[in-house]
Design a protein around this ligand. Structure first.
Ligand code: NCD
Length: 320
């Protein structure tokens, strides 16, 4: 594995299998009363979040702490970034303290790639702009594998605000690495430009018609709904919220029709959810929903990633 985790494309199938195997041991650890292991004792991890986060930030912090690393959280507001310091100066300043890993979330796509060129520490991309979020894709793959076992030939539908979604970009890459069939669905205005070339190269399908995909010839194993990212929108991407829900929401009616075809269909959402917009409360809380399994897997997968980047390739030793 490389020194950094910047993109899902950094991982070949072997790397993904290694990380998911370690994550399974970490998940066992998560069920123990005392969760601490000495694996990363003496290592220092800085979680640098220039954008808001609940799940990603706290799970990285918990992951580091359970592995006995010293973890420190920084945010743009409480750091010198708010005094006008450049990203390069901030990154090099932190790196000069001899930290081992920098977990970075930033509003600019490509920020983590940039930082990786300036520092000696391992850089982990915890979401850069609308670009990538590789640990989210890993935890989604872990969740899917727990239920579906092998993903080879399984059909995963990703629907929502694809233009602004780093979760979609990392998932499209990683799910294909694991052999899943992927169809991505969005209204034309939220379909990224240039997607035709990318989907042809990566081997996934695209559609504007959710019902045609969900109830078409190809059975669906999982539906991943993505948040409508209003904070990244400058113009009107769809006429009304109601219209979006009718055409692209995972409504109670759509879920009922899906369950009638496949009672074991999985409902996923990376969070945070806009209940009633992209996903109905009935779907978010349905027995088919694995939304909280995704959150739980997030800690185990991030422990596994930290372990592989900082402690080596001994998959067996991960939870020792
Ligand atoms: C996502 C993110 O921030 O990229 N959430 C997450 O990490 N769980 C998706 C989103 O914000 O909609």
């Amino acid at each position: 594995m490389t020194r950094h985790l910047l993109s899902a494309a950094d991982l070949d199938r072997h790397d993904v299998e290694d990380i998911l195997a370690s994550a399974a041991s970490m998940h066992d650890l998560q069920r123990r009363e005392v969760k601490k292991v000495p694996t990363l004792r003496g290592r220092t991890i800085i979680n640098f979040f220039f954008e808001d986060s609940t799940r990603t930030r706290s799970s990285f912090e918990i992951a580091g702490k359970w592995m006995s690393a010293d973890t420190i959280n920084l945010s743009a507001k409480g750091s010198s970034t708010s005094k006008g310091e450049s990203l390069r100066d901030t990154a090099m300043t932190v790196d000069a303290m001899a930290v081992d890993a920098l977990v970075i979330r930033h509003h600019a796509s490509g920020a983590c790639h940039q930082v990786a060129q300036w520092v000696r520490a391992s850089v982990i991309n915890a979401g850069d702009g609308t670009h990538e979020h590789p640990t989210q894709a890993l935890l989604d793959a872990y969740t899917l594998r727990t239920r579906l076992h092998d993903l080879e030939g399984r059909h995963v539908v990703i629907v929502g605000d694809l233009t602004h979604s780093r979760v979609f970009r990392s998932n499209a890459i990683l799910l294909r690495t694991l052999g899943a069939k992927v169809t991505v669905v969005a209204p034309p205005t939220l379909m990224p430009s240039g997607i035709d070339t990318w989907s042809a190269a990566e081997g996934f399908a695209t559609s504007w018609d959710l019902d045609a995909v969900l109830f078409g010839a190809e059975p669906v194993d999982a539906v991943m709904t993505l948040r409508v990212q209003r904070e990244r929108m400058t113009g009107g991407y769809f006429p009304t919220a109601r219209e979006y829900t009718v055409c692209y929401g995972l409504t109670r009616d759509r879920l009922a029709r899906l369950v009638a075809r496949n009672p074991d269909v999985l409902v996923m959402h990376p969070g945070p959810m806009n209940r009633g917009l992209e996903i109905a409360a009935d779907a978010a809380d349905a027995p088919q929903s694995v939304v909280l399994d995704q959150v739980s897997a997030g800690v185990a997968v991030r422990m596994a990633v930290l372990y592989h980047l900082l402690a080596g390739d001994d998959t067996e030793g991960a939870a020792r």
